[in-house]
Design a protein around this ligand. Structure first.
Ligand SMILES: Cc1ncc(COP(=O)(O)O)c(C=O)c1O
Length: 399
C-alpha cells in the first residue's frame, strides 16, 4: 500500500510505545517495573467521576459546539482569572481532545511550509513531529543541567529568524522537570518584545505539579504586554488524573481560536460531551485532591533523585515540577553488559535495563539528548524503590 509521505516524516510516540511494551510484558506475567508512564497513578477524584456519570444520565450524550461547551469555557475563564490573574472571553478559548490535540490544532492553524518553531530541548516528544506534520521546521535550543535545563535570553535571541512563528515554553517541563521563575521569564520576554512577529505557546499542562514551595508563572503573568501574543495550552489530564478523558484547551487570540475550531470542525468535532461536563467539575470543584497528589509526588521526587545520585556514574538534576526524573547516564556508556554487549547510548542502556533488569524507562534520545533517560515517578514509592534497586544492580553488573 502506498502511504502518504507525511506518515514517513514522523515517528510514533516513543513514550507511548515504551509504556505499551512494559504493559505487554506485564500481561505475560513478567514482573516489569515501568518508569515509562506519562500519567498520574492516582484515580480520577470521585466528585469528577460522579459529574461524568450524571452527564450521561442527564442526556449530555449528543453533538456539542465544536470549540467547547459554554459551561466549560466559563470554568476555564474562572480558572485563568483565579489561578493566574488572566482575563479571557469565551471566543478566546478553544477546547479539544486533550492538550496534545490542542497543540496539533495550533500547529496546523499557524504554520506555513518552511516556517520555523523554536523548541527548547530536551523537549516533549510530540512537539517536533507535530511541527513537521504541519510543514514547519523545528529549531532546537538545547539545554542541560548547567542552566537547570532552561534556555537563556541570549540563546533565544540567536534562534529567532524572520521565519520564526512561535516558541514553545513548557514549564514545569516534560522530560526534565525544570521550572522557569518569573525573573527568568521576564528575561525571555524582553527578547520577545523586540520581535513582534513571534508568538509564544505556553504549555502549562504540569502547572499544578510544583515542588519546593515554588509558585507557578507563565509568560503573560511575567510580562502582561505579551498576553496578546501568547497561546496558553492546558488541560485536565495531569492535574486531575484524567488522561483518558481527553480534554485540553487553549486560551489566546480570537482569530486563532476560531481557526482552530474551524479545523476541528472537519476532524474530530467537539471533544467528548461527558468528559467536558466532568472537566467543569474538575476546574470548579474542590482542589484538595490535587494538593494531596502533589504532596505524594514531591516525596517520590526527593527519593528518586537522591537514589539516582547515589549510583556511581549517574547524576540527576533535582527537578522542581511534573513527575519525571531525568538522570544523566552517560557515565556508564562504554561499559559492557554481562552478555558482552557494549552500551553506546541511551537506547542501548534502556534495552539492557528492560532485558536484564526488567525495568522500563524512556531513552533520552526520544527527547533530543542521548546522555539521559526519563523515569516517571507516577508509580508507588514501593515500586520506585524496587526499580531503583534493579537499576543499581544492573549498573553494578556492567564491566
Ligand atoms: C508537555 C506535555 N504537553 C502536553 C501533553 C498532552 O496532554 P493531554 O493530551 O493528555 O492533555 C503531555 C502529555 O504527556 C505533555 O507531557
Amino acid at each position: 500500500m502506498k502511504l502518504a509521505d507525511r506518515v514517513n516524516k514522523i515517528q510514533p510516540s516513543p513514550t507511548l510505545s515504551i509504556d505499551a511494551k512494559a504493559k505487554a510484558l506485564k500481561a505475560q506475567g513478567i514482573d516489569v517495573v515501568g518508569f515509562g508512564a506519562g500519567e498520574p497513578d492516582f484515580d480520577t477524584p470521585a466528585n469528577i467521576k460522579e459529574a461524568g456519570k450524571k452527564a450521561i444520565d442527564a442526556g449530555f450524550t449528543k453533538y456539542m459546539p465544536v470549540g467547547g461547551a459554554d459551561d466549560l469555557k466559563d470554568a476555564i475563564i474562572a480558572k485563568m482569572k483565579r489561578d493566574h490573574g488572566l482575563e479571557y472571553t469565551r471566543d478566546e478559548i478553544s477546547v479539544a481532545c486533550g492538550a496534545k490535540h490542542t497543540l496539533y490544532n495550533i500547529s496546523q492553524a499557524l504554520i506555513q511550509e518552511g516556517d520555523e518553531v523554536i523548541i527548547p530541548g530536551p523537549y516533549w516528544v510530540s512537539y517536533p513531529d507535530q511541527i513537521v506534520l504541519a510543514g514547519g521546521t523545528p529549531v532546537f535550543i538545547m539545554t542541560d543541567e548547567s542552566t537547570g535545563f532552561k534556555i537563556t535570553a541570549e540563546q533565544l535571541e540567536k534562534a529567532i529568524t524572520p521565519r520564526t512563528v512561535y516558541v514553545i515554553l513548557n514549564s514545569p517541563c516534560n522530560p526534565t522537570g525544570s521550572t522557569y521563575t518569573k525573573d527568568e521569564l521576564k528575561a525571555l520576554a524582553a527578547v520577545l518584545l523586540k520581535h513582534p512577529h513571534v508568538y509564544v505557546v505556553s504549555d502549562d499542562i504540569y502547572e499544578k505539579l510544583l515542588y519546593d514551595g515554588l509558585e507557578f508563572c507563565n509568560i503573560p503573568m511575567a510580562c502582561p504586554e505579551l498576553k496578546d501574543r501568547t497561546i496558553i495550552v492546558n488541560g485536565v489530564s495531569k492535574a486531575y488524573s484524567m488522561t483518558g478523558w481527553r480534554i485540553g484547551y487553549a486560551c489566546g487570540p480570537k482569530a486563532l481560536m476560531a481557526a482552530m475550531t474551524k479545523m476541528q470542525s472537519q476532524s474530530t468535532s467537539n471533544a467528548t460531551s461527558i468528559a467536558q461536563k466532568a472537566s467543569v467539575e474538575a476546574l470548579n470543584g474542590p482542589q484538595e485532591p490535587v494538593a494531596e497528589m502533589v504532596k505524594e509526588f514531591e516525596k517520590r521526587r526527593t527519593y528518586i533523585v537522591d537514589r539516582l545520585n547515589a549510583i556511581p556514574g549517574v547524576t540527576c538534576f533535582k527537578s522542581t515540577g511534573a513527575f519525571y526524573a531525568f538522570p544523566n547516564f552517560s557515565g556508564v556508556y562504554g561499559k559492557t553488559t554481562p552478555a558482552g554487549k557494549k552500551i553506546e547510548n541511551s537506547s542501548d542502556f534502556a534495552a539492557y535495563l528492560l532485558e536484564d533488569a526488567k525495568v522500563a524507562l524512556v531513552p533520552g534520545i526520544a527527547f533530543g539528548d542521548d546522555r539521559y533517560a526519563r523515569l516517571s515517578y507516577a508509580t508507588s514509592l514501593e515500586t520506585i524503590k524496587k526499580g531503583l534497586d534493579r537499576i543499581e544492580e544492573a549498573i553494578g553488573n556492567l564491566k
